[in-house]
Design a protein. Structure first.
Length: 374
């Protein structure tokens, strides 16, 4: 397969819009790398530059040690799977998968062997004589993947391949793509705006915003240690709650002032805010770390807040509570068997062991300083 290096890659359009800005990344052999971010963040543009479908304004793109900026797309040994399937409507499944092999003038027996092997891997053996119009969305996407697999390329590029499928099919196809990666041992670069796809598929995830990399990390680290407010808010559903607070230091104690409520910090969080006395910071807490259980309320009364629930939503595995606290709109994710409903006054615990803090000017995470708090 292949290692890919993007060195200071920039893409600026003639109208002056910078779609990708100083993009630096090493993609490892056999890695499943995800580009994720909101629409217009530059993830598909970056993928198309790797594929050779988009010119690079500046910087170097290296595949297996060779700079390929000027290399034609057809010579890069890359297979791309698009959102739109890109199938020939007049050809059956067999011929769609075989098309690229025939252009390379492989023997009839070799083409047949490769097509049938791909069909077996993708569960398409009974569909080979059908035309694309006779297939479901999931089957069409499998055919598109089959056409990529038979080429045995160095790299697979996938541009939002599941976005046209319904929710149930997306889950099924995510599993199939993960199994495909394991079976082929391929280098896969995958673009999506769906964080669930990113978190479940990627060995590493590149979070992008406005053409700039915000963080590159494993799914677990992105969730637990976001580098800034954008990553913290983008990764996780429902998204993290953010509230502006003032830091107070009194002797060995460090606390935050949230409206009228003073909340003392646990020992491991004090290190984050030493030296911030009197300054404003952004306090972040995930919805699942706001608790309604009596055990938490009895154990951590110092972190208790009172609120009136405005909206209650039952989502099966969780219930969402929406409320305002000191002018902040807050979401809590609690056990679905909760007795709390709309219009109720409730006591909730902010689990400060899971608190995050961010600089309000830069948005960067404020991380604990080394050394013990005494």
């Amino acid at each position: 397969m292949a290692e890919i290096k993007l060195k200071n890659i920039c893409k600026t359009y003639p109208n002056g819009v910078a779609a990708v800005d100083h993009f630096n990344l090493d993609i490892h052999d056999k890695e499943f790398l995800i580009f994720v971010g909101p629409s217009g963040c530059g993830k598909s543009t970056t993928l198309r530059m790797i594929a050779g479908l988009e010119d690079i304004t500046s910087g170097e793109l290296e595949i297996d040690g060779e700079i390929v900026n000027e290399m034609a797309a057809r010579d890069r040994d890359i297979a791309m799977v698009f959102q739109s399937y890109a199938l020939y409507p007049h050809m059956n499944v067999y011929d769609n998968i075989a098309f690229g092999l025939r252009r390379r003038k492989l023997s009839k027996d070799e083409v047949d062997k490769k097509v049938k092997e791909a069909a077996r891997i993708l569960g398409l053996e009974s569909q080979l004589k059908k035309k694309p119009r006779e297939l479901s969305g999931g089957q069409k996407q499998r055919v598109a993947m089959g056409a990529a697999i038979v080429r045995n390329p160095k790299v697979f590029l996938m541009d939002e391949p599941l976005s046209n499928l319904d929710a149930k099919l997306r889950v099924q196809m995510r599993l199939e793509i993960a199994q495909l990666h394991e079976r082929l041992g391929a280098t896969i670069i995958y673009v999506t705006h769906d964080q669930t796809e990113a978190m479940t598929l990627g060995t590493r995830i590149v979070v992008m915003k406005d053409g700039v990399i915000q963080q590159v990390d494993t799914p677990k680290n992105l969730y637990e240690n976001p580098a800034n407010m954008f990553v913290a808010g983008f990764i996780g559903s429902p998204q993290m709650n953010f509230m502006e607070v003032t830091v107070k230091e009194e002797g060995n104690e460090v606390s935050i002032q949230l409206g009228k409520k003073t909340i003392r910090l646990p020992e491991d969080k004090k290190r984050s805010l030493r030296g911030y006395d009197g300054k404003k910071v952004v306090f972040g807490i995930r919805p699942e770390d706001i608790k309604d259980s009596e055990i938490f309320i009895n154990t951590f009364p110092q972190w208790e807040i009172d609120a009136r629930v405005q909206v209650y939503e039952l989502l099966g595995a969780e219930a969402l509570l929406y409320f305002e606290y000191e002018g902040n709109k807050i979401t809590a994710s609690v056990h679905p068997r909760t007795h709390i409903r709309e219009g109720q006054d409730v006591s909730l615990i902010l689990d400060m062991e899971k608190a995050y803090f961010f600089d309000p000017d830069t948005g960067r995470a404020i991380i604990p300083q080394k050394g013990d708090v005494k």
